[in-house]
Design a binder for this molecule. Structure first.
Ligand code: SF4
Length: 213
C-alpha cells in the first residue's frame, strides 16, 4: 500500500463533521468548489462552521439558472462570505455544437487552473447519486489535478442531506422543490430523479470535473 492510499484509508471512518475538521487542520490551502445544489449547501455549512476563512468558488459557466444565482447570493449573505465566480472561455451557445467541448471550456479548464493554487478541495459527491459515483471515497489523491480531494458526504443518502438542511436551517436551491434532484446549467438540466435530468437524452453523465484522469 502506498503512503497516499494509507492516508486516504485512514480517514474513511470519520463522519462528515470530523472529516471537514481534519481537512481544515491538515490543508492550509483548502478550497471548496460549490455548485449550489443541496449537497453544496451542506458542505458549505460544515466548512463554514469549521473555518469561515476557507476559500469558496463556483464555476460560473454563464449558463446558470437565475435560481442558482439567487442561491449564490443567499448563501453569501447567510455566511457573510464572498463566493468567487470562476469563468472559463464561453463560446456562444457552444452546448449546441458539443456538450463535451462546452463543459471542457466552461468547467474543466477553469477548474484545473483554480485548483493549481490549492492543496486540497472539497466536493459534495455521494455514492448513491449514480453508478459512476458508487466508489467515491471520503478522501483521495486527485491525480488529474495534483491535490487531495475530499467527499465528506460520500456515505450520505438523499434523506440525510435533507435532514441536515432542515435541522440546521441551511439555505438551499429552490429548484429542488420543483422536481430537479440534480442541477447544472439551464441548457442541459431538466427535472428528474437522481442525475436523470442532466444531459437528458444523451449518453453523457458527467461534465468531466469529477472524472479521474
Ligand atoms: S452543462 Fe451544458 S451549458 Fe454547462 S458547460 Fe456543460 S455543455 Fe455547457
Amino acid at each position: 500500500m502506498t503512503a497516499v492510499e494509507q492516508t486516504a484509508d485512514d480517514l474513511e471512518h470519520l463522519n462528515a463533521q470530523e472529516l471537514v475538521a481534519e481537512a481544515v487542520a491538515r490543508y492550509p490551502r483548502l478550497t471548496v468548489a460549490t455548485s449550489f445544489q443541496k449537497e453544496a449547501s451542506v458542505i458549505l455549512d460544515l466548512v463554514m462552521k469549521a473555518d469561515s476563512s476557507v476559500r469558496v468558488f463556483t464555476l460560473d459557466t454563464g449558463a446558470l439558472f437565475p435560481e442558482t444565482r439567487e442561491t449564490w447570493a443567499k448563501l453569501e449573505a447567510h455566511y457573510d462570505i464572498k463566493i468567487e465566480g470562476i469563468r472559463g472561455q464561453q463560446l456562444e451557445r457552444h452546448w449546441e455544437q458539443s456538450t463535451d467541448s462546452c463543459c471542457d471550456l466552461r468547467k474543466v479548464v477553469p477548474l484545473r487552473e483554480t485548483l493549481a493554487t490549492a492543496d486540497a478541495w472539497v466536493a459534495g459527491l455521494r455514492r448513491d447519486q449514480s453508478p459512476t459515483r458508487a466508489d467515491t471515497p471520503k478522501l483521495k489523491w486527485d491525480l488529474k489535478h495534483g491535490l487531495w480531494k475530499l467527499h465528506p458526504l460520500a456515505d450520505w443518502t438523499e434523506r440525510d442531506v435533507w435532514r441536515y438542511i432542515a435541522a440546521n436551517d441551511v439555505p438551499y436551491h429552490p429548484l429542488h422543490d420543483q422536481g430537479y434532484e440534480s442541477i447544472g446549467c439551464f441548457p442541459c438540466t431538466k427535472p428528474g430523479a437522481g442525475r436523470d435530468g442532466r444531459w437528458s437524452g444523451d449518453t453523457k453523465v458527467e461534465c468531466g470535473i469529477h472524472v479521474a484522469a
